[in-house]
Structure formats: C-alpha cells, structure tokens
Design a binder for this molecule. Structure first.
Ligand SMILES: [Zn+2]
Length: 338
C-alpha cells in the first residue's frame, strides 16, 4: 500500500482535507509513517503481518490474538476523534506560519473549541524534537547565537519608552537580579548559524548559573558564542570565543549579532499575541516546541521542504508519545472527550 499512498499524497491544505476525508486512507497513511518499516506489528508481542479486519478497521495478531487499531501506542490512542479530523489538524499545525488557534480548528473541523484546544495540545507534543543530544557549534569556532526573551504579561502593550528603559537596565551590572519581569516567563534561545536550527526552552530565571548551564549543555566548547552584554554571560570566555552585542548602540557589528534569534522571537511573539489568546507559563514549552518545529523545518536553499514534507515528518513522530487528560489538566479520573 505504501507506494500508492505517497503517489497521490496531497500537496496543499485543500487537497489534504479532501484526501484525508476517507478514514481508510488516514489509517494507511498513519500505519505507513508510525511503524519504522511501514508494516503493522502487534503492540504486545511484536509479531508481524497481523490479519486486517476490514469491517472493523483493526488488525488481529496471529500469535496472541490481540486486536488493535492504528492509534494504539500513538498520541491518538484512546481518542474518540476520527483520524479524518486529526490529520487535517496536524497538517494545519505543522504548516501555518502564524500558528492555528483552537477557534480555527473548531470552525474548520467541526469540533468544539475545547476539543480543538486539547487536540492542539496533543499535537504540539508530536512536534517536539526528539534528538536533543547533539550540541550546536563546533570546537573550531562554529557560530552560535544565545539570547533570552520574556514572554507573557503585558509585553505587547508595553510602551516603547519603557521597553527602552528596560533594555538599558539590562545592560547594567545588576541585570540578572535587579530587573523584575513580573508575570513574565523567561525563555532562553540558542541558534546554530551553520544548521540554522533553534533550541528554545523555558528557564526559571536569567541568573548566570541558569544561562551558563543551558549553554554548556547545548554548545560545543570552542564555539563562537554571540550574546548581549548581560553580566550573566561574563565567564563564557573560559570555554568559548565570546563576543557581545550592544543592542542600543551598534546593532550589527560584522558577524557579531543575534538577529537570527530576534527573528525567531518576533515570530513567536506574533503567534502568541495574535493567534493564541492566553498562554500560561505551564504550557509555554509546548508552544515553543511548535514554533521550533516550523522554524527548524522551514524551506531553505539547501533544504527545500514543502507542506507535505513537514506534515509527513510530523506524522512520523506520532508513535510513543502520550499526553493524558490528567497530565494536561491536573484533573485525575476524568475521561477525555477528545
Ligand atoms: Zn500479538
């Protein structure tokens, strides 16, 4: 079935909605992407080539006789929502540059807004990058940008004057402890100039120890690291070629700048301010995963990915990822309706 699936696989959103309106097509596509060799296996005993019971759209294991659907062991497990809704939702989330809200999902797919919200939360987990083990930069001066951002609060309404004043305080010696970003969540971003990939995650504070741990964990010794002039970065020169950017005066000094990350932050803030009504700090990591997926898999000269490629990549990540209703809401014992 594999080759047929890929031959007429959709290229646009309109084609995707049409194509995935057939549940059997959805099942075939998910099966193709979730099992490493594209062939169904029993989730209990791993026996291959189970019988397919067409009327029930389920497989039956030849060995242990267990019956299972394509959703078992994936993010879709236990969901009563049909794959004919899940797959277009994943298409939208992996490809909409400015994000997609639960209201849009509700309207486009005919579910409630609440269901749309839960679907998106699960799908954001699918977009999370797995291979976080490799470090950015290189031992011979590979270029890496590091910058922090503060998300939430009333940032988007903040008057320019006050924003400038904050920036100036940030330059001062006591930055890490004296500036209070109330109601805001700190995020650190690291960008590898060579691969053009970003890693961003929520951090508890912007103290020296916190930021340096992030850099040591993610950047190879000997890399060129570009940051702003916050004191939290003042000991980086021990392991890195450290150069700083003065945001107020010379915005760009040759190759020393953090404009790649600025671009990532502005996309993130636009999405959070526009598409997403309110984001609790608790959920921010998931929005970062979503933003990173689209940013790190955007089309470039060397890597001309299209919407279909991004969707298939996302779909290849649905197995072994679970997000229960209790984990999402803290309400234990309630049954998910999404
Ligand atoms: Zn079995």
């Amino acid at each position: 079935m594999g080759i047929v699936v890929f031959m007429d696989s959709p290229k646009t959103l309109l084609e995707a909605i049409q194509y995935f309106s057939d549940e059997q097509v959805c099942i075939n596509t998910v099966a193709e992407m979730r099992w490493a060799d594209g062939k169904p296996k029993c989730p209990d005993c791993w026996t291959k080539e189970p019988y397919y019971i067409k009327t029930q759209k389920r497989w039956k294991c030849r060995e242990c006789r267990r019956q299972f659907s394509v959703k078992v062991g994936t993010i879709f497990e236990d969901s009563p929502i049909s794959l004919t809704k899940w797959l277009p939702a994943l298409w939208l989330l992996s490809n909409c540059k400015n994000g997609i809200s639960s209201y849009e999902i509700a309207r486009d797919l005919g579910v409630t807004q609440k269901t749309g919200w839960f679907m998106l939360q699960r799908l954001r987990l699918v977009l999370k990058e797995i291979n976080m083990g490799t470090k950015f930069g290189s031992n011979d001066g590979g270029e890496v940008e590091v910058d922090e951002a503060f998300i939430g609060g009333k940032l988007k309404n903040m008057h320019r004057k006050r924003a400038n004043a904050l920036n100036k305080v940030k330059m001062g010696a006591g930055y890490a402890t004296s500036v209070k970003h109330e109601n805001k969540t700190a995020v650190v971003g690291i960008l590898d100039r060579e691969s053009r990939r970003v890693r961003a995650q929520v951090i508890p504070d912007v103290k020296r120890e916190t930021l340096q741990t992030q850099i040591l964990d993610n950047v190879k010794f000997g890399s060129s690291v570009y940051t702003d002039q916050a004191v939290a970065y003042d000991t980086l020169h021990r392991r890195y070629i450290h150069e700083t950017v003065n945001h107020v005066e010379t915005y760009v000094r040759g190759r020393v700048h953090t404009n790649g990350l600025e671009n990532f932050w502005s996309l993130l803030k636009r999405n959070l301010a526009g598409t997403y009504v309110a984001v609790e700090p608790f959920h921010l990591d998931r929005y970062l995963d979503e933003q990173m997926f689209r940013f790190n898999n955007r089309a470039t000269k060397d890597n001309p990915l299209n919407d279909s490629d991004r969707f298939m990549l996302a779909l290849s990540q649905v197995a072994n990822r679970r997000l229960t209703y209790a984990e999402l809401t803290g309400k234990v014992g309630e049954r998910a309706a999404f």
